[in-house]
Ligand binder design. Sequence first.
Ligand SMILES: NC(=O)c1ccc[n+]([C@@H]2O[C@H](COP(=O)([O-])OP(=O)(O)OC[C@H]3O[C@@H](n4cnc5c(N)ncnc54)[C@H](O)[C@@H]3O)[C@@H](O)[C@H]2O)c1
Length: 439
Amino acid sequence: MGAHLNAISTVGVVGLGTIGSQELALWQRSGRNTVGYDVSESRVKAAGAHASTRVSDLNAADVLVLCLPNLAPDGSNSMAAFDRFVADAKSLEPRERLIIIASTVPIGFTKELAARLGSLGRLVAHAPERFDPGRGTELGEIPRVVGALSAEARNLTIDLYTRAGVTTHAVEPVEVAEASKLLENSFRLVNISFINEFAELCRRLGIVAADVIDAAATKPFAFMAHQPGVGAGGTCIPTMPRYLLEAARKSGLEMPILQDAVTGNEQIIERVAEHLRELLSAGGIKRGKVLVVGASYKPNYPDARASAALAFARGLAKHHSVVVYDPIVETAAFPQDVALVRSIPETRFDAVVIALKHRNTDLDALRGLTAWPREASTSDAVSWRKDTRRPSSPAASATTTSTRRAAWDGGCGCEKTSRACCTYGSTPRATGATTGAAC
Ligand SMILES: NC(=O)c1ccc[n+]([C@@H]2O[C@H](COP(=O)([O-])OP(=O)(O)OC[C@H]3O[C@@H](n4cnc5c(N)ncnc54)[C@H](O)[C@@H]3O)[C@@H](O)[C@H]2O)c1
């Protein structure tokens, strides 16, 4: 197979979603012939000429890179997409192929899949994808951890990615690769959940979490700043840690810190909504007119699947009149029951919640949208953060700058966001939070 790989002409990519389309582009850039396969017509159409819904088109491939989902349509963890792949693979012309699993998988899954693939399971590697959509980096710029079921499969995979200009890090056994990806996702979730918990404490203590985080981040080692928000969204961070919990359960181990992070993340939306309710009712408003800024699952990326910002807006809409403003969110799968605007509306709102801040979000324009006296909502982001005291009454809020603002720091869960990006400052009628997390 080594010699065969030197002459390798075609890489097949299975699953052409967020990751598969990027993998396809990587192999095309590196000069390989490519063939993409997806069960979805629309994904195949979007992928262009070298993609197909016919599994037989994968016959040309010497290597199959699996970019399949690990969630069911309802958001629960599921490896069912791989069941179909096993059936599809059995229909391919029998010949040796290298199989590389790029998807995030439970610990032990690579071995299990190889066994199910029969003779096609001889050369199976796992090189978990770590792409971060919206960050502005290309997939090939991110080093790949590579584990495999044999030295041969590992070396072939490393050789292939190295020739495409990708840095690799070899590990063994393959379970190290599987666990490393779950560790990365879990690390993010634990940190995001903790910082949200911490932000709530700061709010109650009357200090601004973002100022505390900025201060802590001046330590040149052993601290990584995470920012609070309405919770981690997307199809990776909130869900993949469940595979680690499952592994722990099977091993008879409890992981209460990770478990709390998973459940805590689900509660953040309600906590922020409750804070908003308090702010509005302090102004005598029961059913407010609220603008929620941001609907995708992370900044600068249009995908709204499993978006915490969108879930927040939908929850809020049960009690308030909600409009969502997001200039880049994909509209095709956007829920019909949520009012979406693509540009900053000209009407006024009782509250503006910056649930997620894309690049170039005009905070000044958003601040001007609240119906309260202008000076109550035009303070700059920094003073929102500096001024933490909550209004004691609507009258106080309307008259005294220092008591009119309550600050609850929202964030995007990123380590490297600008100060303004992570601001969730609030007046009784102008609040903001940002969120989102990367895989
Ligand atoms: N999205 C990210 O940012 C990201 C980052 C790193 C890792 N990952 C991991 O990469 C994997 C893929 O994620 P994604 O975001 O690209 O998912 P996605 O939902 O965007 O794409 C998956 C694609 O697979 C297709 N598909 C489903 N079953 C199939 C089958 N049996 N045969 C062929 N095609 C099939 C779907 O139609 C879809 O187009 C997941 O395991 C995810 O955890 C994702």
